[in-house]
Design a protein around this ligand. Structure first.
Ligand code: ADP
Length: 160
């Protein structure tokens, strides 16, 4: 069984993330969406909340949601995963992602990093953009799964 991991902060999950996750599920037997705890980022949702939001919009039994606070390749080794799947939005993502892929390969030679290009309409989409639009009382429904629009509005909508 070929297992792939889609890691990220998913704070919160957007339609851009979901597109990559669903496309990964077409390519592999099982996909683990891994919510990473990144201490350098100020998050709007706790890890448990981010996992709950993901679970609200994932219905494919091939896709699991998990969390990990250690080194990604150690998790990949533990699960016997063959690939890390990442979405690429722009050339600006490339430098950092390329470095990550190389270090991961050097730590765990069996792992491949697979890059899927973002869909045209998701190129500008990020969790930070969603939170910003929401805090300024904009409509976030074109950018996130409809199942979680209310949850995000409740947390991020501005007072004015
Ligand atoms: P962000 O970069 O928005 O903080 P994450 O750290 O949660 O998001 O990203 C997890 C993965 O999802 C990364 O591989 C990232 O490149 C990818 N990703 C994020 N937003 C999009 C998008 N709009 N389209 C395609 N892939 C995306």
């Amino acid at each position: 069984m070929k297992i792939a991991i889609c890691p990220g902060s998913f704070d919160p999950v957007t339609l851009g993330h979901l597109d990559i996750i669903e496309r990964a599920a077409e390519l592999f037997d099982k996909v683990i969406v891994l919510v990473m705890t990144n201490s350098t980022k100020n998050s709007a949702f706790t890890v448990d909340e981010r996992m709950a939001l993901l679970k609200k919009c994932i219905f494919d039994p091939k896709i699991e949601v998990d969390t990990y606070s250690g080194l990604l390749v150690n998790y990949a080794m533990e699960k016997n995963a063959v690939a890390i799947v990442k979405g690429l939005r722009a050339v600006s993502d490339f430098d950092y992602e390329f470095q990550q892929a190389l270090i991961n390969k050097s730590l765990y030679p069996r792992i491949e990093t697979v890059f899927l290009t973002a869909k045209g309409e998701n190129m500008f989409l990020s969790s930070s953009m969603v939170k910003e639009v929401c805090s300024l009382n904009g409509d976030i429904s074109p950018y996130v799964p409809q199942e979680i629009v209310k949850d995000i509005n409740l947390r991020c909508k501005g007072e004015n």
